[in-house]
Design a protein around this ligand. Sequence first.
Ligand SMILES: Nc1nc2c(c(=O)[nH]1)N[C@H]1C(S)=C(S)[C@@H](COP(=O)(O)OP(=O)(O)OC[C@H]3O[C@@H](n4cnc5c(=O)[nH]c(N)nc54)[C@H](O)[C@@H]3O)O[C@H]1N2
Ligand SMILES: Nc1nc2c(c(=O)[nH]1)N[C@H]1C(S)=C(S)[C@@H](COP(=O)(O)OP(=O)(O)OC[C@H]3O[C@@H](n4cnc5c(=O)[nH]c(N)nc54)[C@H](O)[C@@H]3O)O[C@H]1N2
Ligand code: SF4
Ligand SMILES: [Mo]
Length: 698
Amino acid sequence: MNPSTVDTHCPYCALQCGMGLAALPAGGVEVVERPAFPVNRGALCGKGRTAPEVLARGARLTEPLVRGAGGALEPAGWDEALDRVAEGLLRTRAAHGRDAVGVFGGGGLTNEKAYALGKFARVVLRTSQIDYNGRFCMSSAAAAHQRAFGLDRGLPFPLEDIARTGCVILVGSNLAETMPPALRYLTELRERGGTLIVVDPRRTRTAEHADLHLQPRPGTDLALALGLLHLAVAEGYLDEEFIAERTTGWAEARPGVMAHWPELVERITGVPVPQLREAVRMFCATPEGMVLTARGPEQQSKGTDTVSAWINLCLATGRAGRPLSGYGCLTGQGNGQGGREHGQKADQLPGYRKLDDPAARAHVAAVWGVDPDDLPAPGRSAYELLDTLGVEVHALLLMGSNPVVSAPNAAHISERIASLGFLAVCDVVLSETAELADVVLPVTQWAEETGTTTNLEGRVILRRKAIDPPPEVRTDLEVLNGLAARLGWEKGFPTDPEEVFEELRRASAGGPADYSGITYRRIAEEDGVFWPCPQSSSDAAHPGTPRLFLERFATPDGRARFVPVLHRPSAEEPSADYPLHLTTGRVLAQYQSGAQTRRVRELNAASPGPFVQLHPQLAERLGITEGDRLAVTSRRGRAVAPALISSAIRPDTVFMPFHWPGEGRANTLTNPALDPTSRMPEFKVCAVRVEAAGPATA
Ligand SMILES: Nc1nc2c(c(=O)[nH]1)N[C@H]1C(S)=C(S)[C@@H](COP(=O)(O)OP(=O)(O)OC[C@H]3O[C@@H](n4cnc5c(=O)[nH]c(N)nc54)[C@H](O)[C@@H]3O)O[C@H]1N2
Ligand SMILES: Nc1nc2c(c(=O)[nH]1)N[C@H]1C(S)=C(S)[C@@H](COP(=O)(O)OP(=O)(O)OC[C@H]3O[C@@H](n4cnc5c(=O)[nH]c(N)nc54)[C@H](O)[C@@H]3O)O[C@H]1N2
Ligand code: SF4
Ligand SMILES: [Mo]
C-alpha cells in the first residue's frame, strides 16, 4: 500500500464506509480500498468512490461571497464576510430580540461541528431557535426509541448481527440503493438460511432480494404492524415470559392490537391476508428476529406511533433485548446518529441530554462556563423554524443543509427563506439555498479536515484529514470561532477538532450518549468505539457498548415499555381531485438535495434528473408513454418530470426522487403535516393528480 495513504471515511451516508485516500503526484487524492474496516470491508458505492471530485476547484466554492449593492453575490475577503455576518446577526438581535436569530444545522456535520454549533447558538447568540435537518430524517424513530427503551441509538447492535439472526423485516428501506455495501449483510443472512421480508409500496432493488415482499399502500405501516402482531397473538407466538419479566404496558397495548383483525388490515393496507399470515409465520419461525425501519414508515405524520407498533411486535414476541434480536432504525446521514446527540436539536444538550432538565442544564453550563439560567429554553422544530422565517425569526445562520430542495412544501419555504432580513450560509458548494444568502462562507470538506462521526451502529469513528484545503477556505469551526469573537464571546471557541472533542467528552459525561471514555487515539486503534463509553475510574478502559439492552433497557425500571397505538389515516388521503398517492425517496447515484452529487460527472450520467415512476395500468389510463412529461399536482403546487413506467410500483401510487431543484422538485408537492411527537413532516405520503404536461416550452 502507498505509505502516504490515509485511512478515513466517506463523506456521505450513515454507513460511514471506511476508505483510504492516496495522494496523487499531480495533486488531489484517489480513493483506495480499506478492506480492514469492518462495516464495509472495502466495498464502496459510486458516491463514495467519486467523492473526491467535489474537492476540485471547479466544483466548489473557494472564496467568500457577499451580496453587493447591485444585488449579486460578489467575492469578498474573510474579514469583510465575517464582519457582515456578525453585523447582520447583531442588527437583528437589537431590533427583534435574541429569538429572532435562528440557526439551522445538519446531520452531515461531524460531532465536533454539531457540538460547536449548538454551543454557539446557546451561549454566543443565546437563542432558543436552533434545529437541523435530522428532524426530517430519523426523528420519529428516535422518539419511539426513547418511549420504548429509554434511549435512542439507531441500531442497538452492530450490522454484523443482521447476517446471523433468523428473520429480518425490513420496513421502508431501499438499502440496495441507499447503503449498497450493507446489502451484503442481508444476502449473508439468506445464505445462512435466514429469511428476509421487505415492506415497501415499490418492488425496489432491495425488495428483489426478499423471500416475501409486502407492498402496502403508502402511509399504512401502522395498521400493518398492528395486524401482524394481532396474528402473532392469535397464532400463539406471544412470549409471555419475556413480556412478564422485561416489559411493562402490554395490557394497555393489547386492545388496540386486537382491534386490528386481518381482514380490516387487508382493507387498510392492501396486503392480502395470506401474505400477512406468511409474514408472521416467517418472523416467528425462528427464535431470533429483527425489525429494521428506515424513512418509509418514519417520514409520516404518524411516524412515531408507526415505529412504536413495530417495536411492540418485537417486544410481544420476545425479539428484543436478546442476542441477535431487536428493533433498529437505519439512520441516514453521515453523522445522522452523532448529529442528534450533541445539541443542534431544538430541545437538546450534548450527550443526548434534555434542555428542559435542570440537572442537564447545570452540568453543561458548568462545562461551558455560563450560568444555567442563561441557557435558553427549547425552540421550534425544523419545519416550524423554517416556516417562521421572515415572520418571527429574521436572521438565519445555516450550516450543512439545502432546504430550498429538501424541505417539505418547498416553494413556500423558499419564499420564507427569501423573506429573511439576513441569511448566512456555510457550505462547500453554492447550493440552491446559498444562492439566496447575503453572505456565503466557503468551508473545508471531509478529506481536508479531521473530525469524528457516529455511524448508524453507534460506532464513533475518526475521519482523518488527507489533503490540505485550498488556502482561501476555512473550517466550520474556524467560522464559528471568527463569529464568536466578533459577537463578544471572550472565552474563545476552539478550532482544533480534537480540542473540541475533549470538551464534548466532558459535556457528554454522565449523559445517555456518554462519550467520555472515547479518545481520538482509541478510535484509531479500535476501528471505532461504540457509545455509551463512560470514562473508567479503574485502570481498565470501558470497552464501549456494541450491544445494548441485553441485561436491561435504559428505562428507570429497566423494562421496555409497550406504547398503545391505533392506526389513523395519513394527513392527506386521495380524493376526487387528487386521486393518487405520491411517495418520495432516493436513487442510487444522487445524494439528498444533490448539492454535492449533482456536481459529479459519473453520478449525473447515471441519474441526470427527476422522474415520476408510475405503473403501466395507470400510464395506460392516462394515455402516457415512457418519457412523456408529466405534471404532478398537489394542494401545494405543481412539479413536472418525465414518466418512468414500471410495474414495480402500486397502480394507486406514484414515486418521485427528491434530489433536484427546479420544475421537477418533488418537495414542491410534499405535505408538511407534522408528527405530533417527533415533528417529522409527512414526506412519504400526500395526495396528487397526474396528467400529461405537454412538451417543454423553450
Ligand atoms: N443514494 C443515496 N443514498 C442515501 C441517501 C441519498 O440521498 N441517496 N440519503 C441518506 C439518508 S440521509 C437517508 S435518511 C437514507 C434513506 O434511506 P431509505 O429509507 O432506504 O430511502 P428512501 O428512498 O427515502 O425510502 C426508502 C423506501 O421507502 C419506501 N416507501 C415510501 N413510502 C412508504 C410507506 O408508506 N411505507 C413503507 N414501508 N415504505 C415506503 C420507498 O418506496 C423507498 O423505496 O439514505 C441515505 N443514503
Ligand atoms: N421529498 C423528500 N424530501 C426529503 C426526504 C425524502 O425522503 N423525501 N428526506 C429528508 C431527509 S431524510 C434528509 S436527511 C434531508 C436532507 O436534505 P439536506 O438537508 O438538504 O441535505 P444535503 O443535500 O445533504 O445538504 C447538505 C448541504 O450541506 C453541504 N455540506 C456538506 N458537508 C458540509 C460541511 O461539513 N459543512 C457545511 N457547512 N456544509 C456541508 C452540502 O454541500 C449541502 O449543500 O432531506 C429531507 N427531504
Ligand atoms: S454506502 Fe454510504 S458511506 Fe458507503 S460509500 Fe456509499 S455513500 Fe459512502
Ligand atoms: Mo436522512
